[in-house]
Write a protein that binds this ligand. Structure first.
Ligand SMILES: [Fe+2]
Length: 170
């Protein structure tokens, strides 16, 4: 850190290229968040398929929306990693190894349990995105910071939509 001089912020937008070292750190971070995004997408599908109860249709549809949005976010994160010269590691085994999300509870069926589990997962993912935004800014990569911010904003919204069902009698 002491050996580099940070360019003024405005210069970031004039095409200053991050070094190979910072680029590979950003790629590594994108791969970690990609694993979380794919894990979360599958957790939402698990909830979409298994939920039962009086709010079935509302929750079934909401959980599908979460899964669809997470698939789009995974695509954004993966393609950014490749644009930076990285290799994406997105097969099931890599995702299982890398994901930092809490394990989704097995064998739950109620709406309330699924709402709680998915709210926890969305909160955890949102919390892990934020340090990456600052890291990417520090690395002189505002485009990656922007992508992570876009994902974080949608995760906040999805969490709000899911958590709103927590008080329902389901
Ligand atoms: Fe479906």
């Amino acid at each position: 850190m002491a050996t580099t001089t940070r360019a003024p912020r405005a210069m970031h937008h004039e095409g200053r290229k991050p070094s190979d070292e910072t680029r590979s750190a950003v790629v590594e971070s994108l791969n970690r968040r990609l694993a979380d995004a794919i894990d979360l997408q599958l957790q939402a599908k698990q909830a979409h398929w298994n939920v039962k109860g009086p709010n079935f249709i509302a929750l079934h549809d909401l959980f599908e929306r979460v899964a669809v949005n997470l698939a789009q976010h995974a695509d954004l994160l993966a393609e950014r990693a490749v644009q930076l010269g990285g290799v994406v590691e997105a097969v099931a085994q890599a995702v299982a190894d890398r994901s930092e999300l809490p394990r989704f509870p097995a064998r739950i069926t109620s709406g309330r349990d699924h709402v709680m589990a998915l709210t926890n997962a969305l909160s955890a993912f949102g919390g892990m995105l934020r340090p990456g935004i600052a890291e990417a800014e520090e690395a002189g990569d505002p485009a990656t910071a922007d992508i992570l911010t876009e994902v974080a904003r949608d995760i906040d919204k999805l969490r709000w939509l899911v958590e709103a069902h927590a008080g329902a009698s389901n």
